[in-house]
Design a protein around this ligand. Structure first.
Ligand code: ADP
Ligand code: MG
Length: 731
């Protein structure tokens, strides 16, 4: 009997919810307790310092070292009063998650022997050299210039985790290139601000700043810790590489929005209490579609901060899950055959005057501005659909896309029937229609009707990777474990670039004598025609769509390593350089890192799959087969030959089936090892990733198929790995 599996099942079944006491304070009273936010700054910084820091935050200026000293002094006192003894620069390397290297505040007073005090000079706040030479840099840092620097990003507040003051920073090389996700994001946000303000000014001269907003929805699975530990594949790869479907899955859809199981409810409560202390405004929590799958989402916020908060919540969730004897699975597709996890990125732009640029307005000028931003976004996504796909792609996310309510690996935009109708009417209107802004109110184009229309925004299409949802776009292709920076950088850059082009066209047309509104309409009309191929409201899973998308010229590539090529296409390089977000060398270096990461993931999965098949599954299957054989012989001892044969007919069939599955598994595992050996000899990162994709990964499904068949045959008592029904239904 498989003792580990059954012990784990018993352990998991006996668990009771961890007690999470209700805090004696309201969420609003605890909110931001661990964050050095504006309120805390005003208590711990002098008026002059505060003013300069806030200016730097709001206008993106550079802080002088002297100011950094003042801020560090205030921050240190604030942190120490809350029990912090260490500090760390908290940065976002190109691998998963965040990185930290803790240093204690202590220092000798006057050299060794002089006693010890807590010190935190501004230099250490503003900049650090964590070395960190083991982080991937895609060749930007050779060993002799391996230095990497972290530098404080004042627009994201410092916070305390346990005893450590965490200071959000960018991570750059000795030569100034970005080695992280934050650096290009900050540049992209400043680019979209400038470009969008330029366009806004066509409509309203009071607009001085445009903010990019992000509201992420984080999906995740929880699996009992004991069961998780009995699955080496979950342990090492974050997903199940084998496992036959459970008889009951998500077909009844009884989990979605159902009552939250008590152990999970306790976990969620604690996550919320903690999140509030970190100033993360969690708003919703619910069961998702798949069994043991859940979601949480905050109120949206400024993109840079929202990204940091998402990274932080992933850390908090992981920690708190352990306390509740769960393992948190952020992998995009931990279980085959049921829904995977995404991180829908709700994205919008809004002005300093409080106007949402994707919110249909009340005034005609606002509506024209709305249509302008909407259509420019369509254009940007159309022209850069391959890049946007590259920005969400990973070894994990590729399993999720194209099935079980996840969007396919083709980027298109869902607008819904009302908005589509409006765009169609603008497109059909001719030059002679002489549309004026005033007429927008008279609903000649139906635009004045938009606000009412949106009362009903149930117009949902879960298969769309990029959907308009009433006042924002929802980028649904983003994966659950991703750092949203990648997709937010690509999207904001693409839209910024497009807005600059638009503004240039308007300027040219008005210079040539066209009236401003006419120029805007004229350009929009042309854009609507041009970017039509990106609009698709139908079923993204159908084969017809794949055919159709190809005809429309959309990027249909499905190979992860090749999808990354979109980052270094002439078009992308030109755009990233034009906006000063990433240069060609940086783009190439980042692709190197992505190819390497892809290769390593597939390599690890291949090893684990080989090991599990050969050392866990086949021995057990062989043992069961021997039992059947043994039985067959014994039957002959009891019954006469023909009768024994008849009675053991089915056993004989099973023995043959087992033998056949075992031999197919062995053959394929061996072939997979050989393919790996060949791929490992390749030096070029891109070619190696392609080899892993084309020649190693294809074995996964074949091997899995036969292992899963064995799971159906072999005695349940002997099966070594917790089954899907156990992983998914015990909580
Ligand atoms: P749904 O599941 O219907 O998409 P949720 O409430 O789960 O909705 O998540 C919606 C997310 O979108 C939330 O984070 C919400 O704050 C965010 N959001 C709402 N309006 C905007 C907006 N204008 N810009 C960006 N995000 C927004
Ligand atoms: Mg959503």
């Amino acid at each position: 009997m498989s003792t580990l599996r059954f012990k784990a099942v018993v352990k998991a079944s006996e668990r009771v919810p961890v007690d999470v006491p209700i805090p004696d304070k309201l969420p609003s009273e605890n909110f931001g307790k661990y964050v050095f936010n504006r309120t805390q700054m005003s208590k711990y910084l002098s008026k002059e310092t505060l003013k300069i820091v806030l200016e730097a935050i709001d206008q993106g200026g550079v802080l002088q070292r002297e100011i950094a000293d003042h801020v560090a002094a205030g921050m240190k006192i604030w942190a120490m009063e809350r029990g912090a003894t260490h500090y760390t620069h908290w940065f976002q390397p190109l691998t998963r998650g965040t990185a930290e290297k803790h240093d204690s505040f202590i220092d000798y007073i006057n050299g060794p022997g002089g006693g010890i005090i807590e010190r935190f000079p501004g230099g250490l706040l503003a900049q650090q050299e964590p070395d960190a030479s083991s982080f991937p840099s895609g060749g930007i840092r050779n060993t002799f210039e391996a230095r990497g620097y972290t530098a404080w990003d004042p627009s994201s507040p410092a916070f305390i985790i346990d005893d450590t003051l965490c200071i959000p920073t960018v991570f750059i090389s000795y030569t100034g290139e970005a080695l992280d996700y934050k650096t290009p994001l900050l540049k992209a946000l400043s680019a979209i601000d400038k470009a969008a303000v330029g366009v806004c000014k066509l409509f309203d001269s009071n607009i001085k700043k445009v903010y990019s907003y992000l509201g992420w929805e984080q999906e995740y699975f929880l699996v009992d810790e004991a069961l998780y530990n009995a699955r080496p594949d979950l342990n090492l790869t974050d997903r199940t590489l084998m496992g036959h479907e459970s008889a009951k899955n998500q077909q009844l859809e009884d989990h979605y929005f159902g009552a939250i199981p008590p152990r999970v409810a306790a976990f969620m409560r604690e996550v919320e209490y903690e999140a509030y202390k970190y100033g993360i405004p969690l708003k919703t929590r619910h069961n998702e579609v798949a069994p043991n799958q859940f979601e949480l989402a905050p109120i949206y916020g400024e993109t840079n901060l929202a990204v940091d908060q998402n990274l932080l919540i992933m850390i908090l969730m992981e920690k708190i899950a352990t306390k509740h004897h769960f393992k948190l699975l952020l992998h995009e597709k931990p279980f085959a055959g049921i829904n995977g996890s995404g991180k829908h990125c709700n994205w919008s732009l809004a002005t300093n005057t409080g106007i949402g640029l994707f919110t249909p307005g009340k005034k005609p000028t606002e509506n024209l501005m709305f249509v302008t931003f909407l259509v420019n976004t369509l254009m940007a996504v159309y022209k850069h659909n391959a890049l946007l796909k590259a920005s969400i792609m990973s070894a994990q996310n590729t399993h999720r896309l194209g099935a079980n309510e996840a969007p396919p690996a083709i980027i298109s935009i869902f607008l819904g029937s009302q908005i589509s109708a409006i765009l169609d009417r603008i497109e059909e209107s001719s030059q002679d229609d002489e549309i004026t802004v005033e007429e927008l109110t008279k609903m000649k184009l139906g635009i004045a009707h938009i606000p009412e229309v949106f009362i009903d925004n149930t117009d949902r299409n879960r298969t769309s990777p990029f959907a308009f949802t009433g006042n924002r776009f929802e980028f649904r292709a983003v994966g659950s474990s991703a750092n949203c920076s990648a997709s937010m950088t690509a999207l904001n850059v693409a839209v910024a670039n497009q807005l600059i082009n638009f503004k240039n066209e308007i300027d040219q047309k008005t210079k040539a004598g066209m009236k401003k509104e006419e120029a805007i309409f004229d350009t929009i009309r042309l854009y609507i025609k041009e970017c039509k191929p990106i609009r698709f409201d139908g079923n993204g899973y159908s084969d017809e769509w794949k055919e159709e998308a190809k005809k429309r010229g959309l990027d249909c590539e499905t190979s992860v390593p090749l999808i990354y090529d979109a980052y270094t296409s002439d078009q992308s390089v030109k755009m990233f350089e034009r906006l000063g977000v990433l240069n060609e060398r940086e783009l190439h270096a980042r692709n190197e890192v992505m190819w390497e990461t892809y290769t390593k993931k597939i390599q690890i999965e291949a090893r684990v799959l080989g090991d599990l098949s050969m050392n866990h599954i086949i021995p057990v299957a062989t043992q069961y087969q021997s039992m059947l054989l043994d039985n067959l012989f014994k039957m002959r001892a009891v019954f006469e030959e023909q009768k024994a044969r008849n009675l053991s007919k089915e056993d004989a069939v099973l023995i043959e089936k087992i033998a056949s599955h075992i031999s197919t598994i062995e053959t394929n595992v061996n072939a997979m090892v050989d393919a790996r050996k060949v791929a490992n000899k390749i030096d070029d990162a891109r070619q190696k990733a392609i080899a892993y994709h084309d020649t190693v990964a294809p074995f996964f499904d074949i091997i899995r198929y036969h292992v899963d068949k064995l799971e159906l045959i072999v005695d349940n008592q002997m099966w070594p790995l917790p089954k899907y029904r156990e992983l998914l239904f015990i909580s």
